[in-house]
Design a protein around this ligand. Structure first.
Ligand SMILES: [Zn+2]
Length: 412
């Protein structure tokens, strides 16, 4: 069944061939979804072809679904008290991760699954149509494998993060060997990516290199938590190893910015700088210098870092508002980074844009322009979400598959 979304006041395609340079905006537009759930046609509504099913956007803006390329959703418990203490003046050190590890190990599969399902629904409601989910609160062979198995029920973008922190009772070298050996063997069948928290107090540069190299050898793509708390070697390691993304980038030295910019212009897929302003917000830390990265030519993505300790937001619109207000990104740059940028950070060409052939993942806003995402912070502006052309209210179960038979012309 084909579907036309008509009377779109402002359609963001992220396809420069269709509109302006950054967002490929088409005004007074229509978009047709084919039988295969992909965009079949985009253009002026006056020349839109007919389809089996009709949706009236009533002049609203339509944007590509958000691609949240950094989230930690497999956990138990929360750390609201730690947040309150931090707001009262306690510093963030990353040590609270071990609190969540203990709760996660003690939780049943069903409890973990219910938490992921709840957050997944929350994200979908806010316009996020692709999420990456990391393990990293198990830190044993069995618990990391279990976390990834559950994550895989919700997304193909699963990331093995056995190297999140060194467990309290473990020797750093012994634990790194476990992460690179038996734990990797158990995790790899359930993971697309490998990640490491490269930071003082977590994994130093040598151990981070060992972890990522072992993962790459096992067929996983590399991504890294880099330069969150200190200007260490994480970003340069990411570029050296061809990682898809260096995430956080809060403390950058000029050579880090140069390395990211050079990788973006190198002809290959490059290493994306994924900024996670929810973490700076929730830890009351200085924000990354997005302007320096953009002005140097680096590719920038935005993601939530949704996790119970340092950034318990699931909202990409909130991250866009922070990026614009606190990081001096333009609203257009922020939206691009939250959609096309996230897709690049996951090395996906089929999502993050609405050109012909893209997966029809999109959000119809309760607003005439995408500008309202930053202009009206905290306001729920996402009216309807489509995943592969299927309205999210018709999506049931963990995986985003179509159910039921839509009727012609119904309101969605
Ligand atoms: Zn993270």
């Amino acid at each position: 069944m084909t579907l036309v979304i008509d009377h779109i006041g402002e359609l963001v395609t992220n396809d420069a061939a269709l509109g302006d340079a950054v967002l490929g905006i088409v005004r007074d537009a229509a978009l047709v979804v084919g039988d295969d759930g992909r965009v079949a046609w985009v253009g002026a509504r006056s020349s839109a072809p007919a389809a089996d099913r009709y949706v009236d956007a009533a002049g609203a803006a339509v944007i590509p679904g958000f691609v949240d390329s950094h989230a930690h959703l497999v956990f138990a418990g929360d750390r609201a008290a730690e947040f309150a203490a931090r707001m009262a003046g306690s510093p963030y050190t990353g040590g609270g991760i071990r609190t969540t590890v203990a709760a996660t190990r003690a939780a049943s599969d069903d409890d973990l699954r219910a938490t992921v399902a709840r957050l997944h629904r929350e994200m979908l409601r806010q316009g996020t149509t692709t999420i990456e989910i990391k393990s990293g609160y198990g830190l044993t062979v069995a618990d990391e494998r279990r976390s990834l198995r559950i994550a895989g029920e919700f997304t193909d973008e699963t990331t093995y993060l056995g190297a999140h922190v060194i467990p309290a009772d473990a020797d750093p070298d012994d634990y790194t060997a476990l992460v690179c050996g038996p734990m990797l063997d158990a995790a790899a069948p359930y993971a697309r990516w490998i990640d490491v928290f490269c930071e003082r107090g977590a994994f130093d540069e040598d151990r981070s290199r060992a972890v990522l190299t072992a993962g790459i050898r096992a067929g996983l793509g590399a991504r890294i938590h880099a330069n969150q708390l200190t200007a260490g070697g994480g970003v340069r390691l990411a570029v050296e190893l061809g990682a898809a993304s260096a995430d956080h980038c809060t403390h950058l030295a000029p050579p880090d910015i140069d390395a990211l910019a050079a990788s973006a212009s190198g002809g290959g897929p490059g290493t994306v700088a994924t900024l996670l302003p929810g973490a700076e917000f929730s830890t009351r830390s200085p924000y990354p210098d997005a302007r320096a990265l953009l002005d140097a030519g680096a590719t920038v993505a935005l993601a939530t870092d949704c996790n119970p300790g340092s950034s318990y937001t699931s909202s990409m619109p909130f991250c866009i508002a922070l990026a614009v207000r606190e990081m001096r990104m333009t609203p257009a740059e922020a939206l691009w980074s939250a959609t096309a940028g996230g897709a690049k950070a996951l090395r996906r060409a089929d999502i993050g844009h609405l050109g012909v052939g893209a997966r029809a993942d999109l959000a119809i806003l309760d607003a005439p322009s995408f500008l309202h995402l930053a202009y009206r912070p905290g306001v729920p502006l996402v009216r309807t979400v489509l995943v592969s052309g299927t309205p999210s209210n018709e999506i049931s179960g963990n995986r985003t598959t179509s159910t039921g038979t839509p009727t012609n012309g119904e309101a969605i």
